[in-house]
Design a protein. Structure first.
Length: 457
């Protein structure tokens, strides 16, 4: 069991987790295709066609960081990757490298000792082969650190494995080849940029970044650094850099304003065309967007993309509205015929509204008026039930029948309440009257909407 635990401790050295992050961030240098470079505080990340990294923008004991992005095409990846490999190697060598290698060497010595002392030669061979596979991967997982020394240790293991195979009478054997990472060419480590270098980097990244908001933020950070610079930067240089940053901010604001004005004008035209179902008008607006973008220098691709999506949505809405209006033109005669069919009954309900309001308020009407209403409403619901409305008016017609029945119940209930002087029955009649008024209002609204051309929602 002790031997197995020792082997497990040795095998754990092959995992990248050994190379844990140092307490302080490592500085990396991103080389640009124009020959200049910027310093990344900590690791950088390449995501699709962008590179994300942190820039130091002021601060003494606690660096003030700015999250920046650059197009991947702006990076000289050969030089950047070489410098990153050198940085990681040196960082690891200075922090954990020697300690881990010493632990590795001791682990190998322990495994070789176990191999020699284990009476089971087959088991000894398995242990030796596992140790070899782990050792062969160690340089790749540890930035190529001491890989020449690891190769020498591997040769000792190979001899032990060869002897074990011979002792077991094995003639053939498998040869596992692991590619050795190339030797790391050490380069000077990046150092914390000075205040002037931080300002220069801000302007450099601002010139390359594709995001206007980030350019403005970099210019603003540069102005803040200039305020903090004091005597570090000469007055003439500080004034020139300040003018450059302020000019950059104004230029971005001007471009934003111009694109905003174009977007408002084009969206107004698109909305107007869509509300009138004029598909051609909206299509022409969509065609104007690239021309307006070209006139403004193609400086806001994200705004243009959003504008195109919004106008396209209006175009889709215009096409749908056109279909709805065509459908309405086909069915308007049916709607008007239905209005004529139920017009008399609907008018009777409308004339009954004052009485129904009085019933709802528990304030009349007089018994004579109630009797007149009873006679006027009697049998109306059955007559409405016999009408067969168009399919898309079925719900509206059901509401009309319901309004009529509520009105009948309200009038009959109020009459019974008056005969019995029952407040409870009067309240029931009030509820029925409220229902009749609500449904009648909805029926009137839906019929009005059906008789008008569809509108853009």
């Amino acid at each position: 069991m002790i031997k197995q635990l020792g082997l497990l401790a040795f095998l754990s050295l092959a995992t990248p987790g050994v190379a844990a992050a140092a307490s302080e961030a490592t500085l990396f240098r991103l080389f640009l295709t124009d020959g200049t470079s910027v310093v990344s505080y900590g690791e950088f990340a390449r995501v699709d066609d962008r590179v994300i990294f942190s820039m130091v923008m002021g601060g003494d004991a606690e660096p003030r960081l700015h999250a920046a992005t650059l197009p991947a095409s702006a990076i000289d990846w050969t030089r950047t990757d070489q410098h990153a490999a050198s940085t990681r190697y040196q960082w690891y060598a200075q922090t954990r490298g020697e300690e881990d290698f010493l632990f590795l060497s001791n682990g190998v010595a322990g495994v070789l000792n176990d191999v020699l002392l284990t009476p089971d030669r087959t088991r000894a061979l398995e242990v030796a082969q596992q140790a070899r596979a782990t050792l062969a991967e160690w340089p790749r997982a540890h930035y190529g650190y001491r890989q020449q020394d690891v190769q020498e240790i591997l040769s000792f293991l190979d001899e032990a494995i060869s002897d074990l195979r011979a002792a077991a009478g094995m003639i053939s054997f498998d040869l596992a080849l692991v590619a050795t990472p190339p030797d790391t060419v050490l380069q000077p480590l990046a150092t914390m940029p000075s205040l002037r270098e931080q300002i220069d980097q801000a302007f450099r990244v601002a010139a390359l970044t594709e995001r206007p908001s980030e350019r403005v933020a970099l210019f603003q950070d540069a102005l803040l650094l200039l305020d903090e610079g004091g005597a570090v930067i000469g007055p003439a240089d500080a004034a020139a850099l300040r003018r450059l940053a302020e000019t950059g901010i104004r230029e971005e604001q001007t471009i934003d304003a111009r694109y905003g004005d174009v977007a408002r004008r084009l969206m107004t035209a698109a909305n107007r065309g869509a509300s009138r179902a004029r598909i051609g008008d909206v299509q022409r607006v969509l065609g104007r967007i690239p021309r307006e973008d070209a006139r403004l220098g193609r400086r806001r691709p994200e705004m243009v993309q959003a504008l195109q999506a919004s106008v396209q949505a209006q175009l889709d809405a215009a096409r749908h509205l056109r279909l709805l209006r065509d459908q309405w033109a086909i069915r308007i005669s049916l709607y008007r015929e239905y209005q004529r069919t139920v017009g008399v009954q609907l008018l009777q309900l409308v004339k009954s509204q004052p009485a129904l309001e009085a019933i709802r308020r528990l304030d009349g009407p007089t018994p004579d008026a109630l009797e007149t209403l009873q006679a006027r409403l009697r049998g109306g619901a059955e007559r409405l039930d016999r009408i067969r409305p168009p399919v898309d008016l079925r719900i509206t017609h059901d509401l009309l029948v319901g309004a009529w029945r509520f009105a009948e119940n309200a009038v009959n209930g109020r009459y019974q309440a008056a005969r019995a002087a029952s407040v409870t029955t009067a309240w029931e009649a009030s509820s029925a009257a409220a229902g009749a008024l609500l449904l009648l209002s909805r029926v009137q609204q839906e019929i009005r909407e059906l008789l008008e051309p569809p509108r853009l929602q």
